[in-house]
Structure formats: C-alpha cells, structure tokens
Design a protein. Structure first.
Length: 116
C-alpha cells in the first residue's frame, strides 16, 4: 500500500493552501498546474501521477519522492498463509500462450518465405 503524504509535507514546509502550492510550483519548478489539479493532489491519493508532476512537487517542496509517499507491502491471503503481493512460490511465469504442439511439415519453416 502506498500512502500519499503531500498534505503532511506541505504543513511541514509552512504551506496551508492550494494557492500557496500553486505559487511555489510556478516560482521554483516553472510548472503551471490548474487549481483543480493541485486540489485533487492535496485532497486525494492519486491513482497515477506523471513523473514530471512528481519531480515538480519535489523541486517546489525541496524534498524527494519518498517524502511524498510511504510504502507498506500489501499482504494477501493465499492458501492459508499471508504472502506479500508479487511474491510467488517460484519464478515468474509468462502469460498463457498457445502451445506449439503441431510438428512442422518437411517443406514448412517457422517463418514463411517472403519474396522481396
């Protein structure tokens, strides 16, 4: 789970409103965001964020990305035991593909001949 901590960082830097952040983004990072976009970043945890926006926040707030977010591995229950997401019992398996069980005829190859 990733916790978005923009509000907390803003308070630590003495910024109390979205307009304060807008002004700082324009002055220090040279980026102009809409008031609505900034308010969404402050009030809600973003589902996705552009790296350009994340970098601008870091420049404006004089911090690094890990100051703006906190990562805690999510636990899922699988076969009676807790397991972190992404962990599996073995190597990562590719998605299911059709098996190539048919044998090629003598005159066929994997790649058909092309006339150039």
């Amino acid at each position: 789970m990733i916790k978005w901590k923009l509000k907390q960082v803003m308070v630590e830097k003495g910024l109390w409103t979205g307009q304060d952040l807008l002004d700082l983004l324009e002055k220090k990072a040279g980026i102009i965001l809409s008031h609505t976009a900034v308010m969404q970043l402050i009030k809600q945890e973003p589902k996705a964020i552009r790296l350009q926006t994340l970098e601008a926040l870091c420049v404006a707030l004089d911090c690094n990305p890990w100051d703006l977010m906190e990562y805690t591995p999510t636990q899922v229950k699988r076969e009676g035991k807790l397991q972190a997401v992404g962990e599996s019992g073995g190597p990562i398996q590719p998605y299911a593909r059709h098996k190539k069980t048919e044998k090629l005829k003598l005159n066929e190859s994997f790649y058909p001949e092309e006339d150039f």
